[in-house]
Design a protein. Structure first.
Length: 208
């Protein structure tokens, strides 16, 4: 605060810990024009003593002490693969900027088979599709959760019903939508102790 001459102090409020908990608490804002309640959690809130305004803060951690600028942030080796969109455009119309990471050492050079299921979602789903893109021998299992990427919560007006909707679309490296990816299916063994996907993966690796 001293470095940037900001006369900020932590905002004191009895509900601050509730606002920080997006799952069981959070904070909501009603957009009168859209008749839509926007709900989420905040990292922190500061009070500006000079203007008597509240400052909502979103903390981000990164693996460098360099200033956060769009170009340098996206070219940094640990940030490769990020996609940015043009401000003010719906994601369907936004130009996507691609960045690829160069494999580094050490790396695993033996064949890989990835197992997935109905509950494979979020980062797990992204990692499975990533393995498919870099040359996994197979991605085996049932269709995954089909998450679109970013999820936002919306509370319906005049009710306690909360909807979780996808608002960011993600893609396979080949350009197809992430939610359209279908793993290699394996016939189910039924109610037995056998794990059909695992057995199929082991058989595939042994056959290589």
């Amino acid at each position: 605060m001293k470095k940037y001459k900001l006369n900020f102090v932590p905002f004191q409020h009895k509900d601050i810990d509730v606002w920080r908990d997006a799952r069981s608490g959070g904070i909501s804002y009603l957009d009168q024009n859209a008749n839509l309640i926007i709900h989420g959690g905040v990292d922190d809130i500061w009070f500006n003593n000079d203007t008597e305004e509240l400052v909502v803060v979103d903390y981000k951690s990164q693996s460098t002490n360099e200033p956060v600028k769009t170009e340098s942030y996206l070219t940094y080796k640990y940030h490769q693969g990020y996609k940015i969109q043009n401000a003010g455009k719906p994601y369907q119309e936004a130009e996507l900027h691609l960045a690829y990471v160069t494999p580094s050492l050490p790396y695993y050079s033996k064949p890989v088979v990835v197992l997935v299921g109905h509950w494979t979602g979020s980062m797990g789903e992204g990692m499975a599709i990533g393995f498919d893109a870099i040359g996994a021998k197979a991605v085996i299992g049932t269709p995954m959760a089909d998450l679109l990427g970013g999820i936002n919560q919306f509370q319906l007006p005049d009710s306690t019903i909360t909807l979780e909707l996808g608002f960011e679309r993600l893609y396979h490296v080949n350009g197809s939508y992430r939610e359209d990816f279908v793993p290699q299916a394996v016939s189910w063994d039924g109610h037995t102790a056998s794990d059909s996907e695992l057995n199929a993966a082991i058989a595939l690796l042994k056959a290589i």
